[in-house]
Design a protein around this ligand. Structure first.
Ligand SMILES: Nc1ncnc2c1ncn2[C@@H]1O[C@H](COP(=O)(O)OP(=O)(O)OP(=O)(O)O)[C@@H](O)[C@H]1O
Ligand code: SF4
Length: 282
């Protein structure tokens, strides 16, 4: 169905640990690894991952963006690079660069499926092996930050990536939630998972917090507000701020532009500035 067999040739469901440990050296060269997590789907994890990557790139860092959402890879589409492909050299898989200067590299299962309509119907062990390969076989070169966009929930493969992150000295995780109670219930589970597995929670972003009218810039709280902020206070983690539903955000991602460039004075830019200020001090 797709080219993935080629990279499964060396490591399949029965993991070759010696091989993996050797290849981990490649990702160990990455200076900082940051996970983006949410308990619930559709709350804006990929949007935050893309904007964080673009904003770090704008600040002069070399960035890698790894999309390990195998069943719903949205990063290639969001960045408008879904028609590009990755290829293999003796150094490993060469990710897709979104710019000529090669300062933002992207890897996603979406680059390995023939059509964006192809669905991945795999059981847990195959997903785990694939995620391991993403962590070992991509030649990120000398990037400063690797941002990892994860699937929602606390499934088997989710636990695998978090455990691997511990081995790789990941800096920690940014939690994304919407303000409603249901999403907060799920982010609470994610927070507990991080605590149990020893992953540092760097802070929380409350996304889709109110709606910004494109005519008058008025922000209306359609649902509840401040749920994420209150949760962050309750569990004593940094609160990076609230991002409203704003059509400008999707458009900015599509144009591969950081919100720091397009709308530097917006409340959304303030959130990403705060995140960057925090993570660059780690
Ligand atoms: N603050 C926002 N304002 C406007 N649109 C947004 C905002 N956040 C996310 N979206 C849009 O909502 C949709 C879902 O967002 P996104 O894909 O980032 O969520 P996700 O948590 O990664 O989803 P999944 O669980 O499927 O991976 C996308 O179309 C995205 O453009
Ligand atoms: S003022 Fe109210 S009705 Fe008018 S454009 Fe803004 S949100 Fe819409």
């Amino acid at each position: 169905m797709f080219k993935f067999k080629e990279i499964c040739g060396t490591v399949d469901g029965h993991t070759n640990w010696l091989y993996l440990n050797l290849r981990y050296i490649m990702i160990k060269d990455v200076k900082h690894i940051i996970l983006v997590l949410s308990g619930k789907g559709g709350v804006g994890k990929s949007t935050v991952s893309v904007q964080l990557s673009l904003s770090l790139q704008y600040k002069g860092f070399k960035v890698g963006l790894l999309d390990i959402d195998l069943c719903g890879p949205s990063i290639p589409y969001m960045l408008g690079v879904e028609n590009k492909g990755v290829y293999q050299t003796k150094e490993g898989w060469v990710p897709v660069y979104v710019d000529d200067d090669e300062t933002l590299a992207v890897m996603s299962i979406g680059f390995l499926t023939k059509s964006k309509n192809d669905s991945i119907v795999w059981r847990g062990p195959k997903k785990t092996a694939t995620i391991n390969q993403f962590l070992t076989d991509v030649d990120w070169k000398n990037i400063d930050y690797l941002i990892i966009d994860t699937p929602p929930g606390t499934s088997d493969e989710h636990i695998t990536i978090i455990e691997k992150m511990k081995e790789l000295n990941c800096d920690g995780a940014i939690l994304v939630t919407t303000p409603q109670e249901l999403a907060l219930e799920d982010v609470r589970k994610e927070f507990t998972l991080c605590q149990k597995t020893g992953i540092r929670v760097l802070g929380l972003i409350e996304n889709m917090s109110g709606f910004i009218c494109s005519n008058c810039e008025e922000c209306t709280n359609i649902f509840s507000s401040d749920g994420g902020k209150l949760f962050a206070e309750l569990v004593s983690i940094p609160f990076f701020g609230k991002i409203p539903i704003d059509l400008k955000i999707g458009k900015t991602c599509n144009k591969m532009e950081s919100i720091l460039v397009t709308y530097p004075l917006s409340s959304v830019a303030a959130v990403f500035n705060k995140v960057i200020e925090f993570i660059t001090k780690l």
